[in-house]
Ligand binder design. Sequence first.
Ligand code: DGY
Length: 418
Amino acid sequence: MTNTLFQQATDIIRQNDRGHYTVPTHGLYPFQWNWDSCLAAMGIAYIDEVRAWQEIETLFAHQWQDGMVPHIIFHEQDDGYFPGPEIWNTGRETPTTGITQPAVAGFAIRRLFERAVNQDLAQQKATELITKVAHWHEWFYQYRDPEDTGLVAILHPWESGRDNSVDWDEAFANVPTQGVKPYTRRDTKHADPAHRPTQAQYDRYIWLVQHFLSLQWDNEKLHDESPFQMVDPGFNAILIRSCSDLAALAEKLGMEQLAKRQRELAKQGLQAMNNLWSDKHQQYLCLDRHTNQLVDSASSGGLLPIFADINPQHAAIIADRIQTLSQQCRYLLPSHDPADSRFDSKRYWRGPSWLIINYMVADGLEQHGFDEMAKQIKQQSLELIKTHGFAEYYDPLSGESCGGDSFTWTAAMVLEFL
Ligand code: DGY
């Protein structure tokens, strides 16, 4: 059985391979997505290490001059996706979007490096990539933390990767929809509309894109002029973990200065993360930078900080909280608290379980010494795949597969779990 799963996972990764990058899935997501690619690279490494490094190299070949690494690279024309390059209009030779995504690259390249069979190749590729990843991290703190709080803000829900999380509902009341040019969604042609964000949310996604375009994608302006500025604990935790991992990698490569700076960034972030803790919810919450209030929404974004080196008391409470969640649903880890009336078991990030989150949370649980809980998450993840296939995400109550199918990062995470 294990071999069969391994084979199925590698087949999916090969099917979605476009030569120098991998699409998340055929149809729904026909380009290169930032964090999909970095997580996919870890799975690709089991098949072909050269190709795994290339996946991340391709992404960083499209890094902006200021250090930003875009969330989508539109390598080819494909009318099956909206909003395509003409809507973003960022003026790049190979079109890209103008927003970013969770900074998982630092974590991924350390893993690739440490597991590499081909050590010479790993040494060469890691040395080439490390300064680019460090530049991206600096970009985050320069442009998304202008007041030096230690934590960065996202300006569009798509940056978090958790597009329609309950976390954004209140803040979305301040994002207008007037002036949104007429458009046709394509996502609902590829996936069940009941599994996808609503039209009202899409209008706001597009308004923000149009607004940033009107500012000419100038990162000097975007942060202050965005009506949506959210400090997401999960997003920050991934960045902090990547800073620490980059520091560890830099030490191995003899790059002392770079290591020191990345350690500093991680330390400041970890300290500031304490301000996002909620005793009421027993987890971290998002902070709306416009209201300076924590958002009353217990999502998986507030559990993800266990992926970083958070303080041991908070880590233990999060482990307990995951234990409680495991009694409320069949398959960990629901993206929203099932006890909350806003929980929706099938709608994208308002309830469903995602294997990439399971992977990062399980890794964090292990780092903090909660091996049993980590094991339970891994077992349930593999059970989901065996019974419901390699979907984009899953109903945490029934296990039903949702969204797109033959999904690259789901396959990559299965290879990791196996
Ligand atoms: C989409 O189009 O659904 C994506 O999540 C944007 O990154």
